[in-house]
Design a binder for this molecule. Structure first.
Ligand SMILES: Cc1cc2nc3c(=O)[nH]c(=O)nc-3n(C[C@H](O)[C@H](O)[C@H](O)COP(=O)(O)OP(=O)(O)OC[C@H]3O[C@@H](n4cnc5c(N)ncnc54)[C@H](O)[C@@H]3O)c2cc1C
Length: 442
């Protein structure tokens, strides 16, 4: 007889693990299927990604307990950010004091997030984790979904969730179309030490032909992200360490003094994905499987956290009302809310990438104008800061208002250990923002 679950999550990446944790207080039998081994989940290898977390995400991780599992030295506050264009020393500046915040956001290595989410799940052993298991097929009907594993075994669930990367095979198998944008650019990410302190400042330098981002880690260390045309990416991996150090020092114009590569260089081809629909019968996409972002606005995992929390909240509400937690009403509500939360930021990010990687004169002038406008129009700057930091005191905690009304957890079956973006306007502008001044033409 096929095992019957309430929810089966495909993929124990940070999104899948976070969703499993969000469901842990609900009276549901939840299984998580993951290709990697238990040992890899317990101690994921460094992958070079340093994730900038917004305040909303940090609040959520604190509420569910995974934040407390991060080693203090692994969390680096970002107190200021400077955006440069071309070889100009003019920068668009953000800082925590004018935003009235301790930090604009927090940088945490991806592997530590994965580890913390996994450890948090271990504290909820009724969530069944199935490591070293690959999903080969998924079908659903009005009543349940059937997941076929690589060992031939079939599992059934009232709801199947795909959290299996931006190239989600499950999404394809379920016939959900997605808009994809291949930027034909790749990011080379690594850690570097430097002789001059960064003062917890992030630098985004849109040089012509390439972008260099410096994200401040604790001490005189930074995460360096170089984005270039994919045909040129390999040379950044193959350069000698000394050549690479010198290259980054020159790009930063000596701002951080002498720079020294520490550790490996990782290569990520940049492809952004937005599924046209996030749901099907008894099925939903979360994390990168729903929306895979270009990293420039640092929103991928932040949106993933938001989406899983939205779905979990809607499911919890349905359970509290005695309704079907995986029915059409819940899934359509998730679709509506998460599409609204992601579409603008997804297309806005792609527009920013387009503007800052376009080498025509018009684009170069437009980006200089954009930086000056954003710097000199306080409401616009505040709007950007609010969007990027998500500092408003909201909560993503799905069970925030509901906890007291939920039925108690049912007795648990015997489980294997946790297997887990003119004229009137111009007149209104201050003189320094007149287009001719902005473009340096008078
Ligand atoms: C260079 C870079 C920098 C980034 N910086 C930021 C940032 O600053 N801020 C931010 O918010 N985001 C950032 N991101 C995005 C962030 O890393 C992702 O959004 C996040 O890791 C996605 O998590 P996920 O769980 O959805 O998917 P993944 O981490 O891709 O995990 C998917 C899991 O599914 C498993 N899987 C896949 N197929 C199967 C199958 N058939 N059967 C079983 N298991 C399967 C995989 O093994 C994997 O464990 C960045 C990304 C990159 C590349």
């Amino acid at each position: 007889m096929q095992e019957l679950y309430d929810v089966l999550i495909i993929g124990a990446g940070p999104a899948g693990l976070s969703f499993a944790r969000s469901l842990a207080d609900l009276p549901l039998r939840v299984g998580v299927i993951e290709r990697s081994s238990q040992a890899t989940l317990a101690d994921p290898p460094e992958d070079g990604r340093e994730i900038a977390l917004t305040h909303l995400s940090v609040n959520h991780m604190q509420e569910v307990g995974s934040w407390q599992r991060l080693p203090a030295e692994g969390v680096s506050p970002i107190e200021a950010a400077k955006v440069f264009d071309g070889s100009s020393s003019y920068s668009l500046d953000f800082d925590n004091t004018s935003a009235n915040l301790d930090a604009l956001g927090y940088l945490v290595p991806n592997h530590l997030i994965r580890k913390a989410c996994y450890e948090e799940l271990l504290a909820h052993p009724h969530i069944e984790l199935m490591p070293e298991t690959v999903v080969e097929d998924v079908t659903t009907d009005a009543h349940c979904g059937t997941v076929t594993l690589n060992n031939g075994e079939q599992l059934r669930a009232r709801l199947v969730i795909a959290a299996d990367t931006r190239f989600s095979e499950t999404r394809r198998k379920m016939g959900l179309a997605a808009g994809m944008r291949d930027f034909s650019r790749s990011a080379i990410v690594c850690r570097m030490e430097h002789s001059t302190p960064h003062h917890q400042t992030a630098f985004e330098c849109f040089h012509y032909g390439r972008t260099t981002a410096i994200l401040p880690m604790n001490g005189n260390r930074s995460s360096v992200v170089v984005t270039v045309n994919s045909k040129d990416a390999r040379q950044f991996i193959d350069m000698t360490q000394a050549e690479f150090n010198h290259n980054i020092e020159r790009q930063m114009d000596g701002l951080l003094g002498e720079m020294q590569l520490t550790g490996k260089r990782h290569l990520y081809p940049l492809v952004a994905v937005h599924a046209n629909r996030f749901i099907s019968e008894r099925f939903a996409l979360i994390g990168d499987a729903a929306v895979g972002m270009h990293p420039v606005t640092a929103h991928g995992f932040n949106l993933g956290l938001r989406g899983q929390a939205t779905l979990a909240r809607l499911m919890a509400n349905a359970i509290a009302e005695g309704e079907d937690f995986a029915g059409e009403a819940v899934l359509e509500a998730y679709e509506k809310e998460h599409q609204a939360a992601t579409r603008v930021i997804y297309h806005g990010t792609n527009l920013v990438v387009g503007l800052f990687t376009n080498e025509t004169l018009a684009a170069k002038l437009a980006r200089k104008a954009t930086l000056r406008l954003a710097n000199n129009l306080p409401p616009l700057k505040k709007a950007i800061t609010t969007a990027l930091t998500e500092q408003e005191g909201k909560t993503l905690n799905p069970l925030h208002e509901l906890k007291a009304h939920l039925p108690p957890l049912p007795p648990l079956p015997e489980v294997t250990p946790v297997k887990q973006v003119r004229s009137k306007l111009v007149q209104a502008l201050p003189e320094k923002l007149h287009p001719l001044n902005v473009l340096g033409l008078r």
